[in-house]
Design a protein around this ligand. Structure first.
Ligand code: NAD
Length: 421
């Protein structure tokens, strides 16, 4: 959808900016720093010509936005989707800056995207898009400059192609240029599950605050990709009851609990969740409004808006996706006293283990999965508690507290570095 056709509520950049503005105002952020942090450092648009399998040439549009590199090299995923817009990539890049600051890892924020529909492309066409996109960004990517990772519709194989293309141009193997790679190519143990695991760790902390036990806690998860299916699986293994799951085509509900490993096996075979024995089908709208204790939107942006927020029944909203709740829905969610674990905290487990992967690549020494998982747990708990303390100290909700903490950290680094002129 072109940016101009998106209304103000569903424009992800507007959504991000209105929270940033609220945090900046409460922090009494210096007007000069405000000007620096509200705009991306650099935006690049590339035209990617690809010889399709049919022999026809097609040009795809790709973006890379580097929002801020005050705290270190830029870090952020690459998304392949027909709905990619420059405003979406801008918002996602800024969210990466805030997210890396919340978990206190030495990265700035970036994001990339290519407007394409991978479901209509062959593997070889996806590989060509990936390699040409990487080649066109040779001067801006690099372990010390900008380090991509997977996002919607990109995976370990796509990251392997980015690494190989970059390495071919450098004339030596550079594993640290991307994260989320296959383990054989310098990937990290635990990276695949990291975002879902981080979501579970945040939920563990949140239910303690609300006086709930895992066994009492019913969870509905929207999105059955990397983030959603992993969060659901790990949470069930951890004792939670999973009462709803969905993908883009709709969902399934079962108040008695869905066995997630069975749902994963069923989905692998049938490519749909509909019809899983012991469940009934529902729409995505119904799933979001279902009776549950924790709702995990882990699909895409703008799922909880001013139109449906009033009908949410969850006690905790844990945002697995980036930007699943619009800024206009925030007040409604707050009025309903729903405890929100904002995206820039809830899904930061992914970039945290990406950081571990980058560290391991640079050291050439690889950690055990136990080390990765326990370091991830330490960082997620510290970050969750830091946001809670900020919320208590400043009498703001978790959303604004998370932005305040992040903006404060990035502003302080910028102040210390000074302005090069
Ligand atoms: P994915 O492509 O693996 O899965 C996306 C899932 O969402 C699929 O099941 C798809 O069917 C579903 N979906 C897409 N559009 C939908 C819609 N309109 N309604 C309902 N379901 C829909 O992607 P992913 O890596 O799991 O990422 C999901 C979200 O999490 C994105 O917002 C992404 O930016 C964010 N995220 C991902 C990571 C990561 O490590 N992969 C880290 C942080 C944040």
């Amino acid at each position: 959808m072109p940016a101009i056709l998106q209304d103000k509520e569903t424009n992800p950049f507007e959504s991000m900016m209105s929270r940033f503005d609220a945090a900046a105002e409460r922090l009494k952020l210096d007007p000069g720093l405000y000007q620096i942090l509200r705009v991306p450092d650099r935006e690049i648009t590339v035209s990617i010509p690809v010889m399709m399998d049919s022999g026809r040439l097609q040009v795809f549009i790709g973006y890379r936005v580097q929002h801020n590199l005050a705290r270190g090299p830029c870090k952020g995923g690459i998304r392949f989707a027909p709905t990619v817009t420059l405003d979406e990539v801008r918002a996602l890049a800024a969210w990466m800056t805030w997210k890396c600051a919340i978990v206190n890892i030495p990265f700035g924020g970036a994001k990339g995207g290519v407007i394409c529909d991978p479901s209509k492309l062959s593997n070889s066409e996806i590989e060509k898009i990936t390699r040409r996109y990487t080649a066109m960004l040779m001067d801006v990517l690099g372990p010390e400059r900008d380090v991509p990772a997977p996002d919607m519709n990109t995976n370990e194989q796509v990251m392997a192609w980015v690494m190989d293309t970059y390495s071919m141009h450098q004339r030596h193997t550079v594993t640290g240029v991307v994260t989320g790679k296959p383990i054989e190519l310098g990937g990290s143990r635990g990276r695949h599950d990291a975002t879902g695991r981080g979501i579970m760790i945040c939920c563990n902390q949140a239910i303690k605050r609300l006086g709930l036990t895992r066994e009492q806690t019913r969870v509905a998860v929207q999105g059955f990709g990397n983030v959603g299916s992993t969060a659901a699986r790990l949470m069930q293994e951890g004792g939670y009851r999973i009462v709803g799951l969905s993908d883009i085509n709709g969902g399934i509900l079962s108040p008695d609990g869905i066995r997630v490993s069975e749902a994963i096996a069923y989905y692998k075979e049938k490519r749909t969740l509909a019809g899983l024995p012991g469940t009934r089908s529902c729409s995505n709208a119904e799933l979001l409004e279902t009776d549950c204790d924790i709702l995990v939107p882990a699909a895409t942006e703008n799922q909880i808006t001013s139109h449906n927020a009033g009908r949410l029944k969850c006690k905790i909203l844990c945002e697995g996706a980036n930007g699943p709740t619009t800024a206009a829905a925030d007040d409604i969610v707050e009025a309903k006293k729903i405890f929100i674990i904002p995206d820039i905290l809830a899904n930061a487990g992914g970039v945290t283990v990406s950081y571990f992967e980058w560290v391991q690549d640079r050291q050439g020494y690889f950690w055990t999965e136990n080390t990765v998982n326990s370091e991830l747990e330490r960082i997620m708990i510290e970050s969750f508690e830091a946001v809670v303390s900020y919320a208590d100290l400043h009498h703001v909700n978790m959303r604004i507290a998370s932005y305040m903490l992040a903006v404060d950290r990035v502003a302080s680094t910028t102040r210390l570095r000074g302005i090069y002129a």
